[in-house]
Design a protein around this ligand. Structure first.
Ligand code: A3P
Length: 326
């Protein structure tokens, strides 16, 4: 699509009709055969469904239960590596990562002797110290088929009405997406599965099918927001982190929207490489609202009707009851 920032265009994979920047092809096999380990926890989401929030929660539960670990000062994306980020970097508006970029210093420290040409983020994921907590937006079908026999996966879903609004904002503030079209066009892109990582429904349904697998924990953004302690307790059981109620309470506060927004250091130094700072300054940054139902008032009556029909058609008889407001 014209608006996409990706220099080398997009590619649609079959089966599934997954849409990716065409750089994905270079790495697809490596993701499909990635050597996951028993102690790994993989955090899986469709974009804008609360990934960063989940990253901070799970990393903190596993590595910083008493909130005194100095490593917590590093940006969350440095502590929880984004396995397929290499595929998102080639973009018209983003300069290549030069050897003096802070990211490269991190890479050289973590992966001494490795060649960045083989994938900076992929290799940082490989070299990350145990226990690894890894982030992905890839569907289960694009990862090793024995993944759930090997590692734990946490899947976080979000209602599509909020996800669309959040993805629109994201696509404008991030230079690699560099979206310059209208909101109406963006809604249509989402509904037609013309956004990277789509189709949204296939992503969701592939994980939902596995929701009873003992190594997959399926969660909703809306529950995490409205029943935070209950959801942290469930995660505590799933991850076997054995945290006390007091520790969970402190983590709940530490990972709340206002606390994370106040600490925001998502990408550390060099963030201007990733963000359209003029739009961030005008419309807000990554931590936008963090709410359930912030889509209200954003859609026209026609858009809302179209989205409702699309949800009805795609949900079918699936027993998912999304909450669209508090
Ligand atoms: P909004 O744009 O609706 O505010 P992702 O990390 O997958 O990109 O998701 C980003 C969304 O999660 C954004 O939603 C962001 O504000 C929200 N978010 C991030 N941290 C949060 C937190 N601690 N609590 C609630 N929402 C959070």
């Amino acid at each position: 699509k014209e608006w996409e920032g990706y220099t080398e265009g997009l590619v649609r994979l079959t089966p599934g009709r997954w849409l990716f920047p065409s750089t994905f092809i270079q790495y697809a096999d490596k993701y499909y055969h990635f050597k996951f380990q028993e102690k790994d926890v993989l955090l899986m989401t469709y974009p804008k469904c609360g990934t960063t929030w989940l990253q901070e929660i799970v990393w903190t539960m596993r590595n910083n239960p008493n909130l005194d670990n100095p490593m917590a000062k590093a940006p969350v994306n440095a502590r929880v590596s984004f396995i397929e980020m290499d595929t998102l970097l080639k973009s018209k508006k983003m300069p290549d990562i030069t050897p003096d970029h802070p990211l490269m210093k991190g890479f050289q420290m973590m992966c001494p002797g490795r060649d960045p040409a083989d994938g900076v983020f992929l290799q940082m994921t490989e070299c990350a110290p145990d226990p690894r907590t890894i982030k992905t937006h890839l569907s289960l079908s694009l990862l090793p088929q024995n993944l759930l026999d090997t590692s734990k996966v946490v899947y976080l879903a979000r209602n599509p009405k909020d996800a669309i609004v959040s993805f629109y904002h994201h696509s404008r503030i991030f230079k690699n997406h560099n979206y310059t079209g209208t909101f109406d066009e963006f809604v249509q892109f989402f509904l037609d599965d013309d956004l990277i990582y789509g189709p949204y429904w296939l992503h969701l349904k592939t994980a939902w099918k596995q929701r009873n697998h003992p190594n997959l924990h399926f969660m909703f953004f809306e529950d995490l927001k409205n029943n935070n302690m209950e959801e942290l307790n469930k995660l505590n059981n799933f991850l076997n982190t054995k945290l006390t109620e007091e520790q969970l309470k402190n983590i709940s506060h530490y990972t709340s929207f206002s606390e994370m927004k106040a600490r925001a250091n998502l990408l550390g130094d060099g963030a201007d490489m990733f963000f359209n700072l003029d739009i961030v300054n005008k419309d807000g940054g990554f931590f936008r609202k963090g709410e359930v139902g912030s889509w209200k008032g954003k859609y026209t009556t026609e858009q809302e009707h179209k989205i409702d029909q699309w949800i009805k058609k795609n949900l079918g008889d699936l027993d998912i009851n999304f909450k669209y407001s508090n």
